[in-house]
Design a protein around this ligand. Sequence first.
Ligand SMILES: Cc1cc2nc3c(=O)[nH]c(=O)nc-3n(C[C@H](O)[C@H](O)[C@H](O)COP(=O)(O)OP(=O)(O)OC[C@H]3O[C@@H](n4cnc5c(N)ncnc54)[C@H](O)[C@@H]3O)c2cc1C
Length: 312
Amino acid sequence: MNDPIQTCVVVAGDPAVSNLTEIARSASGHTLAVVVGPRTVADAIAGAGVHEVVWCGEPAEETPVEAYAPEVARLVTRSAPRIVVGAATPAGRALLGAVAAATGAAVLSGITAVRVEDGRVVVDQERYGGIAGRTLAVTSGPAVLAVDPGTPVVAGDAVTPVAPVTPVTVTPRDGVRITGTEPRTHDTVDLARARVVVGIGRGLKEQADLALIEDLAAALGAEIACSRPLAEGSGWVGKERYLGISGQRIAPELYLAIGISGQLQHMAGVRDARTVVAVNSDKNAPVFGRCDYGVIGDLYRIVPALTTTLKA
Ligand SMILES: Cc1cc2nc3c(=O)[nH]c(=O)nc-3n(C[C@H](O)[C@H](O)[C@H](O)COP(=O)(O)OP(=O)(O)OC[C@H]3O[C@@H](n4cnc5c(N)ncnc54)[C@H](O)[C@@H]3O)c2cc1C
């Protein structure tokens, strides 16, 4: 009988790794998790369907998770995995990078699924922010996969018996220290939870005109989002509010795209919205090919009219 596929889940301090453990389970082999972070995180992972947890301990306050990369790579390679899965977060990527360097493998990002076919590891990869996809077969070396992390796994939600947690003593690499931390000062909007989102684009002439959009959003009980130029270019809207392949991806019930041309790079961020309504003065704007309802017209007339109607 063939040996079971060995999968390694690399956890960089954060228990929000439901997608990682799900992908590991789908490989249907033996799964070892290597965890850097609080013991509570190791315990949560132990209840998430893995077979074994190696716990590297919790970094001291001034030590970043990244300093554990060489030791994590050593522990992972020791188990000779065919698949290594980690979170596509700054710390997760650092740990995966060390594993890849140690094994001569490439890190594959945007991975949504993994399976084993005829002894080969086959992965599905999102391209261009999910507009397209492709399938890759990893024919030699481990498949080192960066995955969107997902929701937190919680101790007590065990899907199989809780795995044993083995503490190991590892020494983080000297030479990198946290010298200061500060809270984010800007808005921390959670667009992912919003049921209705109003997106504004370069059709807006002046920053002061945002008041029109705020009125509409208030009447709809909506959050405000934008296209990239309004966040990265003019800076009229916070960077955490722009949608698209390089911004946020959301799945609201209703998305209103106002004065947005509807380039694929933007629309990739709302492709899971249930209903998309576009307002644009150019009847040939691409957004009209990518929405459920379109209104051709000047936003400076349509938005106030919509707000008045909603308020009434
Ligand atoms: C690698 C890369 C990544 C990118 N990632 C992103 C991303 O994540 N998110 C993103 O948004 N973009 C992204 N972009 C940029 C993207 O390609 C577009 O340039 C951008 O989305 C356009 O923003 P916009 O629709 O606001 O502006 P424009 O394309 O300039 O469109 C403005 C629209 O407003 C309409 N308009 C003008 N006046 C009015 C009016 N009075 N009433 C109604 N409509 C009006 C116009 O007809 C036009 O269609 C990326 C680009 C690259 C190259």
